[in-house]
Design a protein around this ligand. Structure first.
Ligand code: HEC
Length: 156
């Protein structure tokens, strides 16, 4: 009689524990993350332009990483090869449609980024000094930061 009661009680406890676990798993941790106020200006691009811009952004990061590797290895050729990819060549390949849809300051920061990539390539080729490249990288990163603080993309 006593063991039967114990069995029932332990089963009830078991079910309660399982229910609590299921509740935690399914219903907790799904609340929205609270972000600081987002005052960035929205820029609207069509899906293809948005994809192009974002894939270019990801390439910026890769190029910067290759430049840093070049610095660590004291290898100016690596820096030139990487930086050129997002320099003048990339600037010239910018679609007109993208320029039309971008606010003026946004365009200017975009141009500025490509100019600095080009300057990194040029000075590493002509007269490589690590401190020069590091300073240019700092200037470049600052340009990324200012633009990211100012704009946000949305689909048209
Ligand atoms: C002309 C403005 C501008 C400049 C300059 C700029 N970005 Fe961006 N970047 C953006 C915008 C706008 C987004 C989208 C942000 C959003 O919608 O929340 C973005 C997104 C990104 C993303 C996310 C990509 C993805 O797939 O979602 C990366 C990575 C990035 N930028 C890296 C960089 C780096 C590195 C630099 C500097 C070399 C840089 N960006 C310079 C405007 C800029």
């Amino acid at each position: 009689m006593f063991t039967k009661k114990l069995l029932i009680i332990s089963n009830i406890v078991f079910v309660i524990i399982i229910s609590i676990l299921v509740y935690i798993l399914l219903f907790m941790g799904t609340e929205m993350v609270k972000l600081p106020d987002d005052n960035r200006i929205i820029v609207k691009y069509e899906p293809d332009l948005r994809d192009l811009v974002l894939s270019e952004m990801r390439d910026y990061l890769e190029v910067m990483n290759e430049i840093q590797q070049g610095l660590a290895e004291n290898n100016p050729d690596k820096i030139v090869k990487a930086a050129i990819r997002q320099g003048q060549i990339s600037l010239e390949a910018t679609p007109l449609r993208l320029l039309k849809l971008s606010p003026l300051a946004c365009k200017q920061m975009g141009f500025r980024g490509h100019d600095i990539f080009q300057a990194i390539a040029d000075s590493a080729r002509v007269n490589f000094k690590r401190t020069t490249t590091i300073n240019q990288l700092a200037e470049l990163t600052n340009n990324c930061i200012v633009c990211h603080r100012t704009y946000r993309l949305e689909m048209k």
